[in-house]
Each structure stands twice: as structure tokens, then as C-alpha cells.
Design a protein. Structure first.
Length: 278
């Protein structure tokens, strides 16, 4: 009895799916599984001690708190910058547009050294802030500055194409019905931009949580004050405490996944509510 092979409407789907799963496993799943597997060498009390010590808890608060704060700041100012680039024409616009991508191309170590030089006591900016009692470099605020710098392009480049697609006729129709500029933005433009804003925030937040190179040069790395969690992981690796390092990494991974899933769920709900289901 001969069997008839059904042709798929997606030629090569099986091969493509298999290649995708293998590639994803090699690049993402297996390394993450190795982190979890290494952590299992710790007993449960040892795991709890490793991930809840006062020094580690302080680093969690700094890393996730500043990442969240930087993401919110970047969401607001990233929207303003994207709006200016899309809606206005001004001298140097192309240069500003190109500078937005600078954090993508600049090595993180160079970013950290440059920011530390600018905001240190004798730096170009720091020497004016120091007499006012404002200290940025080698404090938690230095961490915030670095995270804002590396996260801004994610918001701008996510919002910018959506803003370019919004038809001006929608705003003109709202204005003709008597809506003010703020009402037009709040009721017409913002609902369309909200899913993109949430996506940009999620990307900026995820990048900030794991940032290392640009932060260590400006943070000061003072335990319990300005020490980020990735630095503690590196320190434990240098001390050959691999299980302790992977235990902290697992906690960071779990918290990041929960936050990103919550953001993605909010994004999907917003898109559905505004009629822009992906």
C-alpha cells in the first residue's frame, strides 16, 4: 500500500524548525541549563545563604532598582527624542539620529571610562556639580547614568518606526473635532505608541540588568553601596566559587524572566485593548 505524502504549505518547514531548535538549544537553552545544573551542587540551605547574604541583597536592590529607574527615564526621554526626529526638521538632525546609535557601537569599557572622566570630581561636568554637593561618579547615581546611556537607543529605535507610520490625518481629525494638542496625543497617538513604548522599556531594562563593562568604572564598586550583582558574580568566579556564582545568576535569571513576562503580558493586553493585535 502506497502512502501519499502531504505537501506542506511551508516548504522546508520541518528542516527549518529542526535547525531553529538546535541553534536555540546550543546558544540559549544548554548554557542556561548548565547554570541551573551547576547550582544543584549546593544544598538548599547553602543556596539560600549564597543568594540572600546582605551584600548580595544590596546588589539586587541596586541592579534591579537602577535598571527599572533607568528604563522609566529612557522611556520618557526616548519618546521625546523619537518625536523630535520624526516630526521636526532642524540643523544637525542626521547627526543626532546617528548619535542615538553610538551606545550600540561604543565598547562598554570605553563608555564607563568616558562617563567616569566626565562626572568625576575634576571632570568636565563633575567639577561644576561637586560645589553644589552633587556627586555622580563612584556612587549609585553613576550606575544610573551609565544605564541610561546604554539603554536610550532601545526605546528610540523601537518607537521611531511606529511614530513614522502614524498618519497625520488622525491628529488633524481630532483637532477639527475640538481636541487640544494634549488630548490628541493622549487619546489618539499614545494608545498606538504604548505597545512600542513597553517593548522599548523591556529591552532597555533587560540590557541594564546585565550591564557590567560601563558600570564598574563609574560605580566605585563599594560593597553594600555601589556594587552591582554582575560584579559579585565575577568576584565569585575569580574566587573559584562557581556554585555560588551560578546560584546568584539563577536568581537574576528568574527575576528577569518574571519581569519580562509581566511586561510582555501588559504589552499584549495593551495591543489587544487598542485593537493592534500582533
Amino acid at each position: 500500500m502506497s502512502s501519499v505524502k502531504k505537501n506542506s504549505i511551508f516548504p522546508g518547514f520541518g528542516l527549518s524548525l529542526g535547525y531553529t531548535i538546535i541553534y536555540l538549544s546550543l546558544i540559549v537553552l544548554i548554557p542556561l541549563s548548565a547554570v541551573v545544573f551547576k547550582t544543584t551542587s549546593l544544598t538548599f540551605p547553602a543556596f539560600i545563604d549564597a543568594v540572600t547574604s546582605p551584600r548580595v541583597m544590596a546588589s539586587y536592590r541596586l541592579s534591579f532598582g537602577m535598571a527599572l529607574f533607568a528604563g522609566l527615564i529612557n522611556t520618557f526621554f526616548g519618546l521625546l527624542l523619537a518625536w523630535a526626529l520624526v516630526r521636526y526638521t532642524f540643523i544637525g538632525k542626521n547627526l543626532v539620529d546617528a548619535l542615538v546609535d553610538l551606545p550600540f557601537a561604543l565598547p562598554t569599557a570605553v563608555t564607563g571610562i568616558a562617563l567616569a572622566a566626565l562626572y568625576s570630581k575634576n571632570g568636565w561636568i563633575g567639577k561644576y556639580l561637586e560645589p553644589l554637593g552633587i556627586k555622580i561618579a563612584f556612587t549609585p547615581w553613576g550606575v544610573l547614568v551609565a544605564l541610561i546611556f546604554i539603554g536610550l537607543p532601545f526605546v528610540v529605535r523601537t518607537v521611531q518606526p511606529i511614530l513614522e507610520e502614524i498618519e497625520l490625518e488622525l491628529e488633524e481629525a481630532a483637532a477639527s473635532l475640538g481636541a487640544s494638542r494634549w488630548q490628541t496625543f493622549r487619546t489618539v497617538v499614545l494608545p498606538i505608541l504604548l505597545p512600542a513604548l513597553l517593548t522599548g522599556f523591556a529591552l532597555a531594562f533587560a540590557r541594564a540588568v546585565g550591564e557590567y563593562g560601563s558600570v564598574i568604572f563609574i560605580a566605585g564598586n563599594i560593597p553594600m553601596v555601589s556594587e552591582i550583582t554582575p560584579l559579585i558574580i565575577i568576584t565569585k568566579l575569580e574566587q573559584y566559587d562557581y556554585a555560588g556564582a551560578t546560584a546568584i545568576a539563577c536568581v537574576m535569571l528568574l527575576i528577569s524572566l518574571v519581569l519580562l513576562l509581566a511586561i510582555n503580558g501588559l504589552q499584549a493586553w495593551t495591543a489587544k485593548r487598542t485593537g493592534r493585535v500582533r
